[in-house]
Design a protein around this ligand. Structure first.
Ligand code: NDP
Length: 247
């Protein structure tokens, strides 16, 4: 037996790779030798990411992606398959969190969270599942949150979307014998998540808590890397990563 098994290089698709956790994950996985396809709407950010990764000797392609549209995710997966010839891993990471009390009736924000966090994740699963089943292997990593495990005021709808992501991850896991399913639930993490709308007071409170507690996005990227790099027979189903100081 060799002392250590060489790392299996994987083709990894990441949604929402233009900032925060998605970007850190793209950098982490490309640095480890995986072939990455990065998607998001801000393509200028993705171009810069690709430039950095390639300068460091890594492999990263990028593609405009709006996860609220099923056809956009299908094109994204198609582009990755054309470029790399297979799809090993999808990281369903894109997400939004405009916070507000329910009584504010910010229904457009509710819809946006449902469209990006739930529909976007489902569109991702629908786009890769047939190919992974054909391959007889694959790995879907869904990014939830500690908000998939507890509910707090001003976060009711966000929590509902993340509980949904947790439920559908567990259902998919139970139905799969050859596809691995991992749910990663971060606590406060440094990113641009709190810059995307919501009720000013609720956002300010969340920003203050994040400033006090948030851990770097690389901490979540490392957890995703850990799940990916396990042997094919090992399915890491759930990882919760909180700042030590978060209750
Ligand atoms: P960021 O705002 O930094 O990143 C969110 C990413 O999602 C961006 O790349 C954004 O790209 C992308 N995105 C948003 N809408 C769409 C869309 N319609 N189509 C494609 N991409 C989209 O925040 P985080 O890195 O924090 O968020 C990543 C995930 O982590 C989310 O699911 C979030 O809920 C989760 N999370 C974050 C925590 C935190 O404390 N930061 C804690 C728990 C969970 P673009 O705008 O360019 O399209």
């Amino acid at each position: 037996m060799p002392a250590s098994t060489p790392l299996e290089k994987k083709v990894v698709l990441i949604t929402g790779a233009s900032s925060g956790i998605g970007e850190a994950t793209a950098r982490r996985l490309a640095a480890a030798g995986h072939q990455v396809m990065a998607g998001a709407r801000r393509t200028g950010r993705l171009a810069k990411l690709a430039e950095d990764v390639r300068a460091a000797g890594g492999a990263l392609e990028h593609c405009a992606l709006d996860v609220t549209r099923r056809d956009s995710l299908e094109s994204f997966v198609e582009a990755a398959h054309d470029r790399y010839g297979r799809i090993d891993v999808l990281v369903n990471n894109a997400g939004v969190m405009p916070l507000s009390p329910m009584a504010d009736l910010r229904v457009d924000d509710w819809d946006r969270m449902i469209d990006v966090n739930i529909r976007g994740t489902l569109h991702g699963i629908a786009a890769v599942l047939p190919r992974m089943r054909e391959q007889g292997a694959g790995h879907i990593v869904n990014i939830a949150s500690v908000a998939a495990h507890r509910v707090d005021p001003t976060a009711a709808v966000y929590c509902a979307t993340k509980y949904a992501v947790r439920a559908l991850s567990e259902g998919l896991r139970q139905e799969s014998r050859d596809i691995r399913v991992t749910l990663v639930s971060p606590g406060f993490t440094q990113s641009e998540l709190l810059d995307q709308g919501g009720a000013p007071e609720a956002q300010a409170a969340a920003r203050a808590a994040a400033q006090q507690h948030a851990i770097p996005a690389t901490a979540i990227a490392d957890a995703i890397g850990f799940a990916l790099e396990q042997p094919a027979t090992v399915d890491v189903n759930e990882i919760v990563v909180r700042p030590t100081t978060q209750h």
